[in-house]
Every structure is written in C-alpha cells, then in structure tokens.
Design a protein around this ligand. Sequence first.
Ligand code: PLP
Length: 384
Amino acid sequence: MLLQFDEITTPAFIYDEMAILQKLCDLQQIQQCNILYPLKPCEFADILRLMTPFTSGFSVSSLYEATLAKEMLKNDGVIHLTTPGLRPDEIGEISELCDFISFNSLSQWKMYQHKLSSPVKRGLRINPQLSFVEDDRYNPCRQHSKLGVSLRDLREELNNSTLLKNLSGLLLHTNCESSDFNDLLETVKLIDTCIPDVLKEINWLNLGGGYLFDASNNVEALIEAISLLKSKYELDVYFEPGKGIVGDAGYIVASVIDLFKSDNRTIAILDTTVNHMPEVFEYQYKPDVAEESDNGKYKYILAGSSCLAGDLFGEYRFDQPLEIGAQITFLNMGAYTLVKANMFNGINLPSIYAYTLAGKFRLKKSFGYPDFKARYGVEHNACK
Ligand SMILES: Cc1ncc(COP(=O)(O)O)c(C=O)c1O
C-alpha cells in the first residue's frame, strides 16, 4: 500500500482491504483446515462482511459478539464460542446463535451443556499446560491458569463420569504473537501422547489463534500438525488466528498539533493518544512509524494529546524536520486497536477509513460528541 493520506482527516484508523484478503487467501492454501476469524482483534462490521466469503465462519467470546457474527454471516458460516464468562441469563440466546460452544471449565460444562439446544456442538477448552509465552499476563498456559481444563483434570473426569457421551470436540489456544508453528506442532504431539483415547472419540479440534504469519513462519510445522490430527483421528480441524489476519492491515494516522522543547528534547504532540491504541501503553512498546528513518537528523518525542504524562509513543528520527500538520503513520495497528480505543479526556476516536480494493480511501465511520454523550450522558427522565 502506498502511504499517501492527503484525502483523510486525522486521527484516522485505516484498514487495507487487499492486505486482509491476501492473508485469508494465503491461509486458504493450508489444505484441509477450516479458517475462522475471531472477532476480538477487530470487529468492524464492514471488515467482517469483507471476510465472510473467505472464511468458514467466526469465533466469538460473548453474547454481543455472537449476535454481531450472526448478523454478518446470516447462515453462511459457523459460529464458535468460548469464554470464561458464560452467564446463566445469556446461555439461552447464546445457544440459539452458536454452532459450537467450547466450555472453559468442567463446572461450566456441568452447569450448561444440558441446557444447549440439540444442534449445538459441545466442546471443552483444554489447557495442555505447555507454555511458550514468557510474559505471564499473556500466557494462557501460566500456572493457575483460568483458561481451559488441564489434561490431568480431563482424564480424571473421564474416569468418573459419562462426559464423553456428549463431547464432540476440543479447543486449545496456547500462544501469543508466535511466529513459530513448531510451538503448535509440539502442543499437538503432546495431546496425541496424553489423550489419544479422547481424540479418537471426538469429531473436531479447534487450534485457537496466537500465531502471526510472516516471513519467518515455518508453515510446514502447521501442516504437519493438521495432517497428524486428520490422518490419525479424522478430525475436522479449525484454526482461528486474529492478529495474524488483521494485524499488519491497519494503520493509525495522526497529525502533529504542537511542537516545543522540554529539557533539550523536542516534543511533538499528536492529535491521537495511546488511548487510541491502548496496547502501546499496556505493553509499553514502541510502535513502528512509517515516516521514521534510522539515520534521520531530526529527533522528536512523539506524544499523545491526553493529560497522562506517560501518553508517549517514544523518540523517533526523521529525515526532515516535523511541522505542525505533518502526518505520522503508526504501522501494524490492525489488531486490538479499535476494539480497545476509548475517549479518555473526551478526545474523539479515530475516523475509520477503508483503503479499498479499487485503491481509494473511503470514509466508513466517524465519531463525535453524540458518541461521547451516548456513553456518559444521563437522560433526565432515565431514572424516574
Ligand atoms: C480462543 C482464542 N482464539 C483466538 C484468539 C485470537 O488470538 P490472536 O489474535 O493472538 O491470533 C484468542 C485471543 O485471545 C483466543 O482467546
């Protein structure tokens, strides 16, 4: 994509339709695997519409996501749900909307599996307890994990109950931003060793997400994992990478609105904030900026426009001096950006643009005071 944003107003979130479709087409090359798109990294309706013909369906984490998935798919794809947050008042609707539900715990299973309508396929999220993620905050396989049933607990339950009678599949999701499919292969080999009897009885396995697709990927390991599951157990295999599909298809474009010195450094205040891309603050990472230049002569601390002292992106070098109105493009912002963005300080959200297949920018949605007030304003009659 050519980075030329004269036609847009900032701050803006831009998604590249071709980049998303290209990723989905690459994934379709992986034979015999059903690709689901998980809504959580980016659930903008037009992106979901764009994806629908190129996926087997969507995966969701809540009633609202399930409702949106159904609206987008109609009956043109399946909906998988897993969440630690199932609630008694929502299970009826969820059961109407979803085709597959993977219960997060054995107690969830016992509370709800008999309440599902009969066509829903009942699964369990398992936790193979094989860790690949160093930072425990993002490690589903951390100690005392709240995500999924350990293989040991599953085995114990099988010895004591008739669980397998209604169990049609399993889900695992054990990684985060990994570029190495050997992690997945290792996990599949582990379950092949530990629970072959369960794999023989079920019909499907969902491998979750947590993998990126970049040049360093060893896709052969993914293919080997899928082949093992299909040839030995004849399973329907699902895979649901989120960031791997949309991560590098999205940008945040901002403008410089103030420039000044602070303790011998130059600060460039932008019309965006870390609250438009909260993972920058949460993970404390320095996002890539398209205009930066490793050997640039001009150095600026790029800062967000909220009152938070730490609303900073980092120090960057540029070949040319920045001026008021200069545009700054944050790369790899397609995932977990829009969905987590907020209006802290009353700063408006980025407008959403598509960079269309026809090579044009199209404004899809903009926000304003009514959106701010809709969330926080109180209607005078509301509590009477
Ligand atoms: C069950 C499940 N599937 C898929 C995903 C998508 O993960 P990612 O965007 O890292 O690929 C997640 C993310 O938390 C998840 O919990």
